[in-house]
Design a protein around this ligand. Sequence first.
Ligand code: GLP
Length: 233
Amino acid sequence: MKTIIVKNQLEGGKVAFDLLKESLAAGAQTLGLATGSSPIALYQEMIESDVDFSELYSVNLDEYVGLAPDHEQSYHAFMQEHLFNAKPFKESFLPDGMAEDLEQAAKDYDDILSQHVIDFQILGIGSNGHIGFNEPGTSFDSQTHVVDLTDSTIESNSRFFASRDQVPTKAISMGIASIMAAKTIILFAYGDKKADAIFKMVKGPVTEEVPASVLQHHPDVTLILDEAAAAKL
Ligand code: GLP
């Protein structure tokens, strides 16, 4: 894993955008996108650039179960607001958290992933080491699946909702194997709340108890961290 320490999220966004441009120059066609606060500065760089994404595909990591695409906390709405309204792609895919048959929706998403191999995957990390919504204990062989969110994830994501009981308890997430199939991976982490997860991801054993630790086995991962997130390395 390569580590780049940046002053703040703004600088992290610029560094990531340079890496994205390199991938695009090398022929990248499908971007793997993430929600959360960490990638927003990159999306801002993309919006402010003159790069045209309208011939590219995007595939998002995850979506809450039970939030309609127009719900303001859905990841569909997040992506519209932070990227797609300004920079539409040829086609953008997110898991269908409103599907009556969620298992089928997960299979359908795997079909999409098999047709669109991810060239450039953006990730954040949960303070418990989750990537996407793959919580501790998720199999490294997992494909897209329905997830029961842990209390700690519900708690940390409750800051975006009016109250904790409005946070969905389930999500559909790309699996660990789906993420590992991406050719290039960029992971952002900022702030001291991520320091422990970053330490375990980089220096700890590769274990399903720390989902992000699997990235030690990926050939092309760049971590973009601020000093606080990197403090324990
Ligand atoms: C959510 C998302 C993750 C994201 C994480 C961290 O749980 N499902 O994909 O990495 O939040 O978010 P943030 O970047 O806001 O710290």
